[in-house]
Design a protein around this ligand. Structure first.
Ligand code: DGY
Length: 331
């Protein structure tokens, strides 16, 4: 009998083709997803679940599936899944690292440019018919080139930011739980960039642009709050493309309102799709709806990668991207 596979939401069709070759696919072809109750009902009897970051996959859901072998998330982040509960039950969890690195770094860099050079604000200004003449101080922002980029979290996307910064002749400083090896620092500091490890306090103090690239865990929740924002330069720009709850949104709104920092570029929010109303009212913040990895090519690859991970587990093979490799007897 073919294994039963649940796809919780709309995905690119290439992924469905991969899954259909390996099992019976129950596809909720809708972007709206299912309620917690409907998701539990849909999970019953499934061997694989292909889900997205908007699906909460908890222990109760795993138990309602009965004999679940794999949860394949179409995302690199997996804070929507109770991974310890999956590990306890011998269920493999997979994600989609690597494929979205450059696409997400592109967006983070775009937010740096847009925030510093007031691009969204300038667009609104022009469309509102408020442009009457060239003026010496019209919509002046801050330079990016020659300034300091701070990277909080030097994983794949953080490294992608360092590479991009080299084209803008920036100094790059970073902080991570683990310092990179000197040869890696040299490699990523290509051309004009000297990549430099600093403690977290120095990172906040010295960055002209601070870009966040850490996963959401209990340790990183509100990693950037009032105290950290207080340390930043009044001309600094904060960019977050990781997970909303890494930043205390209310403290950020305070800092932007009272000019504690100059501006921010946000792709992610604490309670998506809700956005703190004070942020919506501010001119000095660029807001986009969690589109870091949103290029057609990357999103297609994320879907096929998740499908391949699910099929690998169902076929008794090692998936490319296990999150809890101890279930595979590897750690
Ligand atoms: C992820 O993959 O975790 C992003 O947030 C969505 O691409």
């Amino acid at each position: 009998m073919k294994p039963s596979i649940l796809v919780t939401r709309h995905v690119y069709p290439e992924a469905i083709a991969i899954l259909e070759a390996a099992g019976d696919v129950h596809y909720n072809d809708s972007s709206d997803g299912l309620s917690a109750q409907a998701l539990r009902a849909a999970a019953a009897g499934k061997r694989a679940i292909v889900c997205q970051l908007t699906d909460r996959i908890d222990a109760a859901l795993m138990d309602s599936a009965g004999d679940l072998a794999v949860i394949a998330n179409v995302a690199v982040g997996f804070d929507n899944i109770d991974v310890p509960a999956a590990t306890e039950r011998g269920i493999v969890v997979t994600n989609t690292p690597g494929v979205l690195t450059d696409t997400t770094a592109d967006l983070a860099f775009a937010l740096i440019l847009a925030s510093a050079r007031r691009i969204a604000e300038a667009d609104r200004f022009l469309r509102a018919g408020r442009w009457h003449q060239w003026e010496i101080d019209l919509l002046c922002g801050h330079d990016i080139h020659g300034h300091t980029l701070g990277i909080l979290g030097l994983g794949r996307i953080g490294q992608g930011m360092a590479r991009r910064a080299s084209g803008f002749d920036m100094r790059v400083v970073y902080h991570d739980m683990q310092r990179a090896r000197p040869d890696q620092e040299r490699e990523w500091g290509i051309e004009y960039v000297d990549i430099e490890y600093v403690d977290k306090e120095t990172l906040f103090r010295e960055s002209d642009f601070l870009s966040i690239h850490v996963p959401l865990t209990e340790q990183t929740r509100h990693l950037v709050g009032a105290a950290e924002l207080e340390r930043m330069k009044p001309t600094a720009v904060l960019v977050n493309t990781s997970r909303g709850p890494v930043v205390d949104e209310k403290a950020l709104a305070d800092a932007l309102e009272n000019g504690r920092i100059a501006s921010a570029g946000l792709d992610v929010f604490e309670a998506e799709p809700e956005v703190e109303s004070r942020l919506l009212a501010l001119e000095n913040v660029v807001l986009v709806p969690h589109i870091g990895s949103a290029s057609i090519k990357t999103r297609t690859r994320m879907c096929t990668m998740a499908a391949e991970n699910a099929v690998a587990v169902l076929s008794g093979r090692r998936p490319e991207n296990p999150v809890n490799s101890e279930v595979l007897g590897e750690d």
